[in-house]
Design a protein around this ligand. Structure first.
Ligand SMILES: [Zn+2]
Length: 284
């Protein structure tokens, strides 16, 4: 049902410490699962998790934090296709800030750069926006329910099995709240390297590691769902190990000079690049 991850997924160090541990069958976790996945799934969650612990390890070398017991495919499929309510995902509507940000991101591209990919698209807020703006907009998604939904919105889908054969190299890949869910990073970076070319812009956003008080809630350590918890420096390290560097500030500055982006975008971006886990990278 679960397998153990005992070495750091980023720096591969085996020096780590347990910073939280609670059996999945504990009442506190039962209450959490009931609240977010509903009473109807509770018995199934209990029977699949009861022999394991919700345990968080901290790498003493790079401070990356992860869930030691990683759910196997059976649990992950149920989690993303059945337990998480699709209707709740749909309720998260686009807001104005998001549209301003999407516009600024797309403004980073040259006029002949038109291929965009929403990686782990969910209900597709970015790919829908890019499509409306006339970009050649694609989505990659894990959940079959969400793929059906995206197809109903006429969004072009790249399936897992098609990535190796696809001829398209994307100019911008948007990856919002995806990396914290992944069991392993190898396949993710293989995909990313196949789908990108030199100077492809990668936007990545994950929850920022916070001081651990109570991890049994929605947040960077969320049980079952958030298997990885990053800070600014280990996220950059992971990307640099895999052929991506932080975007040159000059590239952003140029779009401000050309009056495509507001100066506030540049200032916010510099802050985010240095302090947060919402970072723009470009392919080496
Ligand atoms: Zn590490």
């Amino acid at each position: 049902m679960f397998y153990e991850q005992n070495i750091c997924k980023i720096c591969k160090s085996n020096k780590n410490e347990t910073i939280y541990k609670l059996p999945f069958k504990d009442d506190k976790l039962k209450t959490f699962f009931k609240k977010f996945y509903g009473e109807k799934n509770l018995d199934e969650i209990y029977s699949l998790t009861k022999n394991h612990d919700f345990e968080i390890l901290n790498c003493t070398k790079c401070q990356f934090k992860w869930q030691k017991f990683i759910p196997e495919k059976l649990i992950l499929n149920k989690l993303y296709n059945d337990w998480i309510s699709f209707d709740d995902s749909l309720k998260k509507k686009n807001n104005l800030n998001e549209e301003y940000f999407f516009t600024s991101l797309l403004n980073l591209l040259d006029t002949n750069s038109v291929n965009t990919l929403d990686y782990g698209a969910g209900v597709g807020s970015f790919c829908n926006f890019a499509k409306k703006k006339g970009f050649n907009s694609y989505a990659f998604e894990f959940s079959s329910k969400k793929i059906k939904f995206l197809e109903s919105k006429k969004i072009k889908i790249i399936n897992d099995s098609e990535i190796k054969d696809t001829k398209i190299k994307f100019d911008l890949i948007y990856i919002n709240q995806v990396l914290e869910h992944l069991e392993k990073f190898d396949e993710f970076f293989e995909n990313l390297n196949m789908l990108s070319k030199k100077f492809t812009v990668i936007y990545i956003s994950v929850p920022n590691t916070k001081k651990l008080k109570d991890p049994v809630k929605k947040g960077p350590y969320q049980p079952l769902e958030h298997l990885n918890s990053f800070n600014n420096s280990n996220l950059k390290e992971l990307f640099s190990m895999n052929n991506f560097q932080t975007i040159s500030i000059y590239r952003i500055f140029k779009t401000v000079l050309k009056k495509k982006n507001f100066p506030s975008f540049l200032i916010k971006r510099i802050f985010n690049q240095i302090y947060t886990t919402s970072i723009l990278f470009e392919k080496n």
